[in-house]
Design a protein around this ligand. Sequence first.
Ligand code: P6P
Length: 338
Amino acid sequence: MNPKVSLTRHLVEKQRVDGHIPGQLRLLLEVVARACKGISHAVNKGALGGVLGSAGSENVQGEVQKKLDIIANEVLIEANEWGGHLAAMASEEMEAIHVVPNRYPKGEYLLLFDPLDGSSNIDVNVSIGTIFSVLKMPEDDRGVEEADFLQPGSHQVAAGYCVYGPQTTLVLTVGDGVDMFTLDREQGSFILTQEGLRIPEDTQEFAINMSNMRHWAPPVRRYIDECLAGQEGPRGKNFNMRWVASMVADVHRILMRGGIFMYPWDAREPGKPGKLRLMYEANPMSWLIEQAGGAATNGRQRILDVQPRQLHERVSVILGARNEVERVTRYHAEAASK
Ligand code: P6P
């Protein structure tokens, strides 16, 4: 692989050579990448930049907002609203959609994002990240409204994340595989460092918050108990466990070395289908995982087939190694048929 293919060149070639992405989508992805560079710079300052700690406010989820949550949200809004490629944006940090102001031209794309996923890790210097998803505006001549965003994840035209860890790494799909770009801080550009990421169909590593074990539904408890039983148990092999509590970091590990990630429904809030948000966490991550040969369900159906009813709705997430996700999904079906 050419050692110095930049994100810009990679996207230009997808636009020109493959005809796979229109110019406006290429522009959108470059603007998002540039915004992620700005967020990375703010994150890297840490205490020196006065950006740690709480902002003293709550977001639409009722979660305490960190200063960096708000900074990252503002960076993405400001970077994207004047370019003419977007009609509107939606963010975990904003209750309502943000329609591009009339002083700027409107485009045909909708951008959704979790500006800084894993906020509980910000103040303790553990990897966090930005997750983004791109949809097209429905074909009609009326103005932009929230309902335009309520499309299943299978309608995405681009999805990705940027993880702010030991490296700043952008991972992206436009529907023809998953590619990874590492930020070269000397040049200030994202450089292609891995093409066509693939997830092994099997694994010996699971990611789940074990402290919720007593609240899980039986199929999830059955699956994890079998993993914990190790080679003496029904799986006949030992398992390792990881839990970073930043979905971006856990999913990145799975894309790099395999595994299964689970944030299932649990009985702590039985009325909610899960903790993670469908539109700007589960959908983009599920598409990336499927594009890399993995699978992603809510325990019962493919996440990308879920028809959203609300912008900030939550969903149960089981994603990663195809054979493991299918096993958990099978356990749910067996429990439902009893
Ligand atoms: P818990 C971060 O707040 C997040 O939304 C995901 O990034 C992460 O996987 C999950 O919540 C962690 O949740 O309950 O383990 O703190």
